[in-house]
Ligand binder design. Structure first.
Ligand code: CAA
Length: 283
């Protein structure tokens, strides 16, 4: 199936990044968010990123306007009906995602592919909330979506080969490299990345080093573009905690236990960049 009409569910950091990247590839996108204000913020952030590209001479003003014209906002999930494919980018919460999948299954045409941008939840479990498990797939983008070249593609137990082929082709059309992995907690990206971030939090919790020192070690010593704690703030500490909990529950192994300091920050509303405070303070 050639994906021409795409719906993105959720206009947060990931959803708006996916919408921007799709529109820049000439794909018509409906960006849905149940909260119209969140939708407007998502669209404004796309506009902001595109105008930075114009300032840097990577895009003309005309191209920017053509790209923006490809993104429509909606606060009604019913508007997803004519889409060839929907990519869900809602918060990392099993109950929320399952309820969105149930609704999408009811609303969308039978052939519509339902993809999730989940960073760790089992695809098979979300697929089981629908009557079309063969048309459900994981399409996991990395943040910031317009910049990062990877898309992890995850087949659920029942995902069909033609759905896999359509999603691979879409990833390629969006300029991404698709890597297929199996449906186990955290897939590959977060099974490796999150325990590293969690361990970085433990080194702060145990007083081994300050956040600045931990990040400096990893940037200067391992050539990581961002230290793990700056990256955790960038991803969102609530998302990091949710992923650690999924790994812990999914494997039943204590090596994945979330650091108590991570839990405390999330309880305190220190969620990283998006709330202005995490391991660092943001103006
Ligand atoms: N949206 C779009 N473009 C962005 C951006 C954003 N939010 N942030 C930065 N960019 C672009 C800039 O415009 C710039 O483009 P040009 O070089 O073409 O001008 C480029 O990225 C580099 O940006 P900067 O010069 O401002 O800053 P930088 O060199 O420090 O790079 C970074 C920023 C790309 C974010 C880099 O620090 C990086 O790669 N960090 C690690 C990101 C990472 O690991 N992401 C994966 C997170 S895990 C995940 O997403 C999965 C999950 O499930 C949790």
């Amino acid at each position: 199936m050639n994906i021409r009409a795409l719906t993105i569910v959720g206009a947060g950091q990931m959803g708006s990044g996916i919408a921007q990247t799709a529109a820049q590839s000439g794909i018509s996108v409906m960006l849905y968010d149940s909260d119209p204000e969140a939708g407007k913020r998502g669209l404004a952030s796309i506009g902001h990123q595109l105008s930075r590209s114009v300032d840097k001479g990577r895009m003309t003003k005309d191209e920017m306007e053509r790209t923006l014209a490809l993104v429509r906002l909606s606060a009604k999930l019913e508007d997803a009906r004519p889409s060839d494919m929907v990519i869900e980018a809602a918060p990392e919460d099993r109950a929320i995602k399952r309820s969105i999948f149930r609704e999408l299954d009811r609303i969308c045409l039978p052939q519509t592919i339902l993809a999730t941008n989940t960073s760790s939840l089992p695809i098979t479990d979300l697929a089981a909330a629908t009557h079309r498990p063969e048309r459900v797939i994981g399409m996991h983008f990395m943040n910031p979506v317009p910049v990062m070249p990877l898309v992890e593609i995850i087949r659920g137990l029942a995902t069909s080969s033609d759905v896999l082929a359509s999603v691979r082709a879409l990833a390629q059309a969006m300029g991404k490299t698709a890597v297929e992995v199996r449906d186990f907690p955290g897939f590959v990206s977060n099974r490796i990345l999150m325990p590293m971030i969690n361990e970085a939090v433990y080194t702060v919790y145990e007083g081994v080093a300050s956040p600045e020192a931990v990040d400096q070690v990893m940037r200067l010593g391992m050539n990581h573009p961002m230290g793990p704690l700056a990256l955790a703030d960038f991803i969102g500490l609530d998302t990091c905690l949710a992923i650690m909990e999924t790994l812990h529950e999914g494997f039943g192994d204590s090596k994945y236990r979330p650091c108590p300091l991570l839990r405390q920050y999330v309880r305190g509303g220190w969620l990283g960049r998006k709330t202005g405070r995490g391991f660092y303070v943001y103006e």
